[in-house]
Ligand binder design. Structure first.
Ligand code: ADP
Ligand code: ADP
Ligand code: MG
Length: 456
């Protein structure tokens, strides 16, 4: 790569991912303009970017979710492309369309691909067309009577899920017919409040499930590759806490069938950029079922970078500039094992309640095989307006055991004062024999680990 893919890129996000995007641009010789809200005027992203432009007040709905303000700022500052990061507007086709209508390259897929995957029911239909099996379930739930009939066919336990859902919201577990009505009402209400859309569907609930997802990259020259899987089974309330690559506990057949399915699906929607196809893996049957596709960079992308040596954010940028992928499928070799812990400003003892405030002391671990992606440092004021992610601590080892040891040492060395954090919680999880031996599914944190802690 002798030349820069773009001269100047606009960062339509905040926090650690804004910093991550700026660093990738620096490496590629690209100038950056980052959006900031009033609350983020003095953020690390604002300091590291070539320039920062205020796009609105602290409230995300008036700043990082304000598509017109972001596009105006990108155009007014002479940017050629927009990186949406994750969350916020990253999966809104209207935003990618608005960028392109204004001559800005959107660093992500086309609006049509986003729409094909945008809501989950649409994604399930798309997957079906690509011959990628979904969890046994229903189409859109239109009435209680119909829900009851579908539930009998699917069988209990089952989940109500919001078609517009994300971040683990809008889901309700139903164990028996007499819970159905109440669960349906509360799932619809939560979906309406969180996403402005109460469309629900049902899925069979997989009791002993692993969350496995496949990272893909696709360019505009017809090349689609996968970069293996991530295991994100360590979750609380359907939200990821710890992610690993590769998964140490799935069958080789399941691994390759998920990877092939992900590539098929990407081809089916003429996908471009980085994307993730998520599956739920039933430990009892070793079957994998399609859950959804995330049409953006993901929080946990660093574990894939650590085992492949590929810079996913740099690849996203080059793809958006029309460059072909710099490698082929056969060039992808996984090396060792990587683990990521999401360090949040939350009080574990008070039900993981977010605890914004001033960071009085901050000393992050360093060393071989240790990476910290963060926008925080000593004196930083964690604002109350956004999510509570402070840092991602990522380690690499020759094998899973070495990665676990390195993570435990790194967590022990990570010192933060002034705000509550999940560092000690992660250290306890990484020290647990269930975790070490892989006896973890998506319910383990709540039903085993936290339950044992409360009892003891
Ligand atoms: P990933 O799928 O990359 O692991 P998450 O599911 O944790 O990521 O979500 C990524 C980010 O986007 C988080 O900051 C989360 O709070 C936010 N997010 C996810 N879904 C939504 C949504 N529907 N609306 C608003 N924010 C969301
Ligand atoms: P979101 O958009 O909120 O990420 P997902 O459909 O990806 O929604 O589901 C989030 C998490 O919920 C999954 O990682 C998994 O742990 C759990 N989950 C979702 N569907 C099922 C299911 N049918 N059976 C068991 N667990 C599920
Ligand atoms: Mg998901």
């Amino acid at each position: 790569m002798g030349h820069s893919p773009f001269k100047r890129v606009f960062v339509a996000n905040r926090g650690e991912i804004a910093v991550r995007i700026i660093r990738a641009c620096d490496k590629l010789g690209i100038e950056t303009v980052t959006a900031v809200s009033d609350a983020d005027r003095h953020s690390m992203a604002a300091r590291l970017a070539t320039r920062a432009v205020c796009v609105g007040p602290a409230s995300a709905s008036l700043s990082y979710l304000n598509a017109n303000a972001l596009v105006q700022a990108a155009m007014g500052s002479g940017c050629e492309a927009v990186h949406p990061g994750y969350g916020f507007l990253s999966e809104r086709s209207a935003f990618s369309r608005l960028c392109e209508e204004n001559g800005l390259a959107f660093i992500g897929p086309s609006p049509e691909s986003i729409d094909a995957m945008g809501d989950k029911l649409m994604a399930i239909r798309t997957a079906d067309a690509a011959d990628v099996p979904r969890v046994p379930g229903s189409d859109r739930v239109t009435s209680l009577e119909q829900a009851r009939a579908d539930a009998e066919r699917i069988g209990y336990p089952l989940l109500f899920k919001a078609s517009a859902g994300g971040g683990g919201r809008g889901m309700r577990l139903v164990r028996s017919a007499n819970e159905l009505e109440q669960a349906m009402i509360s799932a619809a209400a939560e979906a309406q409040a969180a996403f402005g859309d109460n469309t629900l569907y049902m899925e069979k609930y997989i009791e002993r499930a692993r969350h496995i997802e496949i990272q893909i990259l696709a360019d505009t020259h017809g090349n689609v590759v996968h970069l293996g899987e991530r295991d994100c089974s360590t979750q609380r309330r359907h939200q990821k806490l710890i992610e690993e690559a590769p998964s140490a506990f799935i069958s080789p057949e399941a691994r390759s069938s998920m990877a092939q399915a992900a590539v098929r699906l990407a081809r089916c929607v003429a996908y471009r950029g980085a994307g993730t196809v998520e599956f739920v893996y039933d430990e009892a049957t070793q079957e994998a079922y399609f859950l959804e596709m995330n049409t953006r960079i993901q929080v946990e992308h660093p574990v894939t970078e650590m085992v492949t040596g590929i810079d996913l954010v740099a690849e996203q940028i080059c793809i958006a500039a029309g460059e072909p992928l710099s490698f082929r499928q056969e060039d992808v070799h996984l090396k060792g094992h990587s683990i990521e812990c999401r360090i949040n400003a939350e009080d574990v003892e008070r039900n993981f309640m977010p605890g914004p405030g001033r960071i009085q002391f901050w000393d992050a671990p360093q060393g071989e095989g240790v990476r910290v992606d963060t926008h925080c440092g000593p004196g930083y004021l964690v604002p109350p307006y956004y999510d509570s992610l402070l840092a991602k601590l990522i380690v690499h080892g020759e094998n899973r055991g070495e990665a676990i040891d390195r993570m435990r040492e790194s967590l022990a060395a990570f010192r933060v004062e002034g705000v509550p954090t999940t560092i000690a919680f992660h250290h306890d999880v990484l020290s647990d024999s269930d975790f070490a031996e892989g006896r973890v599914n998506t319910r383990w944190v709540e039903e085993s680990f936290l339950a044992r802690r409360q009892a003891g």
